[in-house]
Write a protein that binds this ligand. Structure first.
Ligand code: SAH
Ligand code: DHB
Ligand code: MG
Length: 218
């Protein structure tokens, strides 16, 4: 497969549909200028995420893996002015850039960045849920360190209401199914988990031959 061509097709689609407005472009550029890794969602994927949040009517959104906040902006836009996003980021520098980016696009009042390894901050969210200071999440976007995907899924099941949407990025990367130590552990787990119904969708575009899982908490 010619992936250069897939990227060119994405460029054409971007110019036709314009999923990336000036504010999103500013977030992408500021993140690159700060030297963050260039692995954020593409413009089309970002718009796709926004639409998924909108269509599911999600108001309480959780993201694992903030980077510079590009996908965070898409999720927050999907959740609307009466929605909110909690986003978890391990790297304090990434979180600092994301904080600046979110403030620059006027979304800092609707987004909370929790800094630290997600496996440390997720239990805090569970506590908040238990004490009813946090609503169960309607939508979770998992896009951090892929080794912990199974653990993140287990937390996602605890932190969401039935009917919630779970999206896991990069389950396919560079044309291969994401495995941890050559095991398909977390995908197998999803296949057998009675609390989620899952699909895996391969994609091509500016990020190469990629793919995500779309799942519904049941
Ligand atoms: N969702 C972003 C991209 C995220 S890249 C977007 O599309 O715009 C993955 C991010 O996860 C990086 O910023 C990385 O620092 C962060 N990360 C890695 N390990 C983590 C962990 N254990 N807990 C929380 N975040 C982590
Ligand atoms: C990588 C991480 C991502 O979240 C992504 O969308 C693409 C690549 C990476 O770590 O290489
Ligand atoms: Mg990703």
């Amino acid at each position: 497969m010619d992936l250069t061509k897939a990227a060119t097709v994405d460029e054409m689609l971007d110019s036709l549909l314009e999923p990336e407005d000036d504010l999103l472009l500013q977030v992408r550029q500021a993140s690159h200028e700060a030297g963050l890794p260039i692995i954020e969602v593409s413009a089309q994927q970002g718009r796709f995420l926004q639409l998924l949040v909108e269509m599911s009517g999600a108001k309480h959104v959780l993201e694992i893996g903030t980077l510079g906040g590009y996908s965070t902006v898409c999720l927050a836009r999907g959740a609307g002015t009466d929605g909110s996003v909690v986003t978890l980021e391990f790297d304090p520098f990434h979180a600092e850039i994301a904080g600046k980016n979110l403030a620059a696009v006027g979304l800092d009042d609707r987004v909370r960045i929790l800094v630290g390894p997600a496996l440390r901050t997720l239990p805090l969210l569970a506590d908040r849920l238990k004490h009813r200071v946090q609503e169960p999440f309607d939508f979770i976007f998992i896009d951090a360190d892929k080794e912990n995907n199974k653990a993140y899924l287990e937390w996602a099941i605890d932190l969401t209401r039935p009917g919630a949407t779970i999206v896991i990025d990069n389950v396919i990367r560079d044309g291969r199914v994401l495995t941890v130590e050559n095991k398909l552990e977390f995908i197998e787990y999803l296949g057998h988990c009675p609390f989620v119904r899952s699909s895996a969708v391969q994609t091509v575009g500016s990020k190469g031959w990629d793919g995500f899982i779309l799942a519904r908490r049941i």
